[in-house]
Write a protein that binds this ligand. Structure first.
Ligand SMILES: C[S@@+](CC[C@H](N)C(=O)[O-])C[C@H]1O[C@@H](n2cnc3c(N)ncnc32)[C@H](O)[C@@H]1O
Length: 304
């Protein structure tokens, strides 16, 4: 894909107005954008005067976002790596933020880039790595795990009740040399999953493999654990998730944090996209936003 592209056209930021409302950016406020992507949310936060540190594990996203936001270099810097590792480093260095944003999952650019194997139509090898910090591709994970281990991954991260059958079919296809591309992976799953729903029969399996390869839930757990140390008093956090496994982690962390006095307030209900956004950007259909406001009281065990 050539780089003479308009980053704004590659990914539309979801729930933009709601992110701005809950992060309340203003001149000089420090914001950590844990999932910079194509810089859509960061562009709006910078326009409101904020100072942004953006993190992304995907080199291409970092390059495109840096280009898009080059007018703001005095207030915008980028860190490579996974958000859990970078956020822990920043907290250990005593850095504080007025707001932290995490817009989880993959960007439309990553999904649409056929060479990366995220899409079920892709004829490229089933890779599915977002970028830095991944041990496996989808294919090497299928090869490395035994059938039972693979079934566990598909069950746990895809909530797929036919996980055993699917794992057996995937292992057999690898042995037979008929599974290399993402579209072949989708076809192997489709052949053993009966019935038709509105979702592709392989959607849960793709979700499971992607979550496992990119350690998406581990990354989120570590971010939620370090968040209280990163936020200044009355600092605001917003997390946007795209499936129930993530949303459950966010909901529990914010509610428990509130009960322990770490957060003064948190979302009682999940915030979702309105009609206008849904018709303009179907990807917003599964987006769930939760927010929390850091308490002014900083307990010693949280700072430890
Ligand atoms: C949904 S997109 C973010 C889009 C962005 N908010 C925008 O408006 O353009 C998620 C981005 O976060 C990155 N990402 C996901 N998980 C990550 C992690 N654990 N560490 C660092 N980057 C991550 C992905 O590479 C992707 O570029």
């Amino acid at each position: 894909m050539p780089d003479a592209v308009d980053p704004a056209a590659l990914h539309q930021p979801v729930l933009l107005a709601e992110v701005i409302e809950h992060l309340a950016p203003a001149s000089g406020k420090r914001v950590l954008d844990c999932t910079l992507g194509l810089g859509g949310h960061s562009a709006a936060l910078l326009a409101a005067g904020a100072v942004i540190v953006g993190i992304d594990r995907d080199e291409r996203a970092r390059t495109l976002a840096l280009g898009r936001l080059s007018a703001f270099t005095e207030r915008f810097s980028v860190r490579a790596g996974t958000f859990a590792a970078v956020a822990e480093e920043l907290a250990d260095a005593g850095e504080g933020f007025d707001a932290v944003l995490a817009d989880l999952g993959v960007s439309s650019m990553q999904l649409d880039d056929e060479s990366r194997g995220f899409s079920m139509r892709s004829i490229a090898p089933a890779d599915m790595r977002m970028g830095d910090g991944c041990l496996d591709t989808a294919l090497s994970l299928i090869d490395r795990l035994d059938e039972g281990g693979l079934a566990d991954v598909i069950y746990r991260f895809g909530e797929e009740r036919l996980s055993r059958r699917i794992a057996r079919a995937l292992k057999q296809a690898r042995l037979a040399g008929t599974l290399e591309s993402a579209s072949e992976l989708a076809a192997v799953v489709r052949a053993v999953v009966p019935g038709h729903t509105h979702r592709h029969p392989a959607a849960r399996t793709f979700q499971a493999l992607r979550i496992a390869i990119n350690d998406e839930l581990g990354e989120l757990e570590r971010l939620l654990a370090v968040l209280p140390r990163l936020l200044k008093a009355q600092g605001r956090a917003v997390v946007i998730s795209f499936h129930s496994l993530e949303d459950r982690l966010v909901k529990n962390a914010f509610r428990e944090g509130r009960a322990r006095g770490i957060y003064d307030e948190c979302a009682r209900r999940v915030v979702v996209a309105g009609e206008a956004e849904l018709s303009a950007n179907p990807r917003a259909g599964s987006a769930k936003l939760r927010w929390a406001v850091r308490s002014s009281l900083v307990q010693p065990e949280v700072r430890a």
